[in-house]
Design a protein around this ligand. Sequence first.
Ligand code: NAI
Ligand code: MG
Length: 497
Amino acid sequence: MSAETEALIAEYFATGTLKGLPHNHWIDGQWYAPLNGGQMETFDPGLGRAFASFAAGDEPDVERAVNAAERAQQGVWGKATPVERSRILYRAAEGIRANAERLAVIETLDNGKTLSEAQSDVRSAARLFEYYAGAADKLHGETMALGPDYVSQTSLEPVGITAHVIPWNYPFSTAARGLAPALAAGCTAVLKPAEQTPLTALLLAEILHHAGLPAGVCNVVTGTGAKVGAPLVAHPKVRHVTFTGSVQTGRTVMQAAARNITSVTLELGGKSPMVVLSDCDMDATVEDALWAIYSNAGQICSAGSRLVIERSIHAEFIERLAARANQLTLGHGLHNPHVGAISSLEQLEKISAFVEDAKARDIKVAAGGTRLSDPRSGAGWFFAPTILDRVAAADRLVQEEIFGPVLSVQVADSVEHALTLANGTAFGLAAGIYTRDITKALRLARDIDAGQVYINEYYAGGVETPFGGNKLSGFGREKGLEGLRSYCRVKAVTARI
Ligand code: NAI
Ligand code: MG
């Protein structure tokens, strides 16, 4: 661990907070106190106590941010050349890397994840800016051949002001995932972080400012979904909404956007299966299943939260997986255990209620099943890595997103049965396939209804790989060159000559 990180950790445990955390909105290139003067607290889930306060904004703050974005869109940002946008985004990637240690410590405190998970999120955010920096000056149109009497061409224009509503599980990297392509395409942005984790998005806006992003191009307004999120996504000047979060809120966002015929990208929930066939590499697959569900304490939309496994290897696999789950250490993220905290008390109670209900119905708990606390302080919001075995296809433990470290196991009698089980929910975000037979794997990949399929490595892919869901998991794709589409609109110009 570096001296800088060590000093920040020592400061936090000595004082219960960190110096220099942001308390206000970032609007029009500066810190801006909420018009109503309101503040709310953000919690460190590892200790279950508040450690900072931030602006509890409302509609007039949103209005101010959207107007700042509009001025930038019509002025300085609308006139910037693609290569100027590219250079700013590249400097932003460098700025993120230069501030990586502090960002990771703050992300760990605000969200509860482990320090190494937060460090990895910060690296991927930097990589997103680097990737889209390279794309900003390669957004070409086409020419269409209409014969000698016409010239017909398309160009890609920025859609305009974009709104970004971010959840609490990956606060920094999800903000980067939307902002980097939006800015690359020449759009402006107003971003609302989750009220559980507001801090690192504010710091990202400041980093973009120091990278040379003109005032008003990227604005961050903090507060609740009802007071900031709702007026933002319903704002008639917003031309695209990128939303990541629950299915229910996604529906509300889409309805609000519909009034203004504003386009939306929805990254919603999942109940993604890991399909494990009898000819898999058992050692590697057990390890992969472990991290597919217990990374980020299971609070991942694309988590491998269902294990669909062939009967012949089921007993041995669960025995081994349970043994590994029981070895995982839990604790405050800054102590860098294997598994961090649950991000809010509300989420912990939701996870707990699912597992208590399973116990009451005599579903077999093969590992975990209990709430825990940080072993050093006895405080904090934790849940033991849990396996619920032999769950029926129609059970709510298979059908509903728990969003915690809880794996539901489904036993399959054949590859065809495994496919039916894999597709047997209303979600379609991700799926893992484990087999040494590439033909079986590619057939399953063809037939599984999901936005991404991972073969023999869960979460395989990079910022280059498009990400998004089918069915209730949403629509639209982020990351990769696909991720630019939402932020560009096509203009066709045709002349008779
Ligand atoms: P949520 O979907 O309500 O919150 C996500 C974001 O939307 C937050 O920034 C929130 O302030 C904002 N928001 C809430 N209401 C809004 C509205 N009417 N208009 C505009 N923005 C609004 O999710 P929540 O309540 O934090 O978590 C509930 C469940 O959602 C979790 O238990 C989990 O199952 C799921 N979830 C899924 C995520 C994913 O990555 N797909 C991320 C977070 C939660
Ligand atoms: Mg927090």
